[in-house]
Design a protein around this ligand. Structure first.
Ligand code: SF4
Length: 279
């Protein structure tokens, strides 16, 4: 069996940075909790929990004396204000790319102008971006929603960073026909598109494509969809224990990729399990 691992698989810059902040807290003895799971990966979240870094849903759940880490998805201004009101120290691990979107949205909407976000309304990154808008916000996930929504005459359009470019363009095509005065900023992250493009190439050349990542991770699921379109035997697995359930034959060329929230140690475990699959 041949095993190929994607060079862009795993943690992106923003997630790596947030994880490093958390591990630095552990090393330096800073008692902290993350606001929401630091990473959309249950195994890594559990590893952090066992090491002493728990997860809270809101600043008022942070224990006395604890520091709150804001993850790479960022948070709305109200969250910072609430932490300050409660006297909770904050480590802000918002990805710089996401923080730039916050500034863009805040500046554009400072006169009350509307902002349209193309992305998933429930995604924490999208919710945080929406929180920085000073005027109306409209969140559109697909062309149908763009056709049905009540849209303003003037707006800024930004994208959830993990969107596929073609998907963003398909929603944008509808918005363009409906909003006369439109400012478009394609805020899709290059890390995501590089991983997607690499996954497209790997899956079109592989017999079996394995995507390692959390089932709850948006970018991992998108990566899996991309692979499945090109390789029928594509699998999304969370841990090495799931390797035996994949249909893999000894002569197969197996390619591996991982979502932006998948830690390197998990990817290595899967690769090792594959290496010993036919021992
Ligand atoms: S995907 Fe891009 S924008 Fe999102 S956290 Fe990673 S580097 Fe930052």
């Amino acid at each position: 069996m041949e095993i190929v691992i994607g060079k862009n698989a795993g943690f992106c810059f923003g997630v790596k940075r947030a994880a490093e902040e958390a591990y630095r807290c552990l090393e330096t003895g800073v008692d902290c909790a993350t606001l929401g799971p630091l990473i959309h990966n249950p195994q890594e979240v559990e590893r952090l929990r066992q090491a002493g870094i728990g997860c809270v849903d809101s600043p008022d759940e942070v224990n006395q004396g604890q520091t709150m880490i804001i993850r790479s998805h960022g948070a709305a201004p109200e969250v910072y204000a609430e932490a300050e009101r409660l006297g909770i120290p904050v480590i802000d691990a918002t990805c710089p790319h996401v923080a730039a979107i916050h500034r863009l949205v805040m500046e554009y909407s400072s006169d009350g102008s509307a902002v349209i976000i193309v992305g998933e309304a429930k995604h924490p990154e999208v919710r945080a971006i929406a929180g920085w808008a000073q005027g109306d916000v409209c969140i559109l996930n697909d062309p149908k929603e763009a056709e049905a929504a009540q849209l303003p005459g003037r707006a800024l359009v930004v994208a959830q960073t993990t969107l596929r470019r073609e998907h963003f363009e398909s929603v944008l095509d509808v918005i363009r026909t409906r909003v006369p005065d439109l400012t478009v900023r394609s805020t899709i992250c290059a890390a995501t598109s590089q991983r997607q493009e690499e996954a497209e190439k790997l899956s079109s050349e592989a017999d079996v494509m394995i995507v390692v990542g959390g089932h709850n991770s948006s970018n991992t699921n998108k990566l899996y969809e991309t692979c499945r379109q090109r390789c029928e035997r594509s699998y999304l697995i969370e841990t090495a224990d799931e390797v035996p359930s994949c249909d893999i034959r000894q002569t197969d060329r197996v390619a591996l990729t991982a979502g932006a929230s998948t830690p390197q140690w998990l990817l290595n475990e899967v690769a090792q399990r594959l290496e010993h699959l036919f021992d």
